[in-house]
Design a protein around this ligand. Structure first.
Ligand code: FES
Length: 137
């Protein structure tokens, strides 16, 4: 059975990034899920790249969590991988996200650094259509 056009339309969305300034983050909805879109600063990118893999509970490089040529953009499903709360952005000791439900701390690549969450924040499927337009899904 093939999905009809309205189902396909919901399966992917296009999002214009041009209004999100460096250092800002927004939360959008995709298939009923909240998704973080963060325009990282160079400092945040540098911090993420400097972390040794041996420090990570769920090892992943910054390059694996972003798209080549668009490393300033971090796009992730906004549910804590512990029990699904939505973490608070630009907070926590790694300048990433802090989940107040049970204290999980994520870094500026959305990788789990402390607390009970077992995994990094999940990346949705997405691609850049242009420098300012991204398709999620
Ligand atoms: S749901 Fe985030 S720490 Fe428990």
């Amino acid at each position: 059975m093939n999905p009809d056009a309205s189902t396909l339309a919901l399966a992917s969305i296009e999002f214009d990034l041009s209004a999100i300034e460096e250092g800002q983050s927004v939360t959008i909805l995709w298939r009923g899920l909240p998704v973080f879109v963060r325009h990282r600063t160079q400092k945040e990118i540098d911090e993420a790249k400097a972390v040794p893999m041996s420090d990570l509970k769920d090892p992943a490089t910054d390059e694996e969590r972003t798209k080549p040529g668009h490393e300033q953009w971090l796009i992730m499903i906004a549910n804590c991988t512990h029990l699904g709360c939505v973490p608070v952005g630009e907070s926590g000791e790694y300048d990433g996200w802090f989940c107040p439900c049970h204290g999980s701390v994520y870094d500026t690549a959305g990788r789990i650094r402390k607390g009970p969450a077992p995994k990094n924040l999940v990346l949705p499927p997405y691609d850049f259509i242009s420098d300012t337009l991204v398709q999620i899904g």
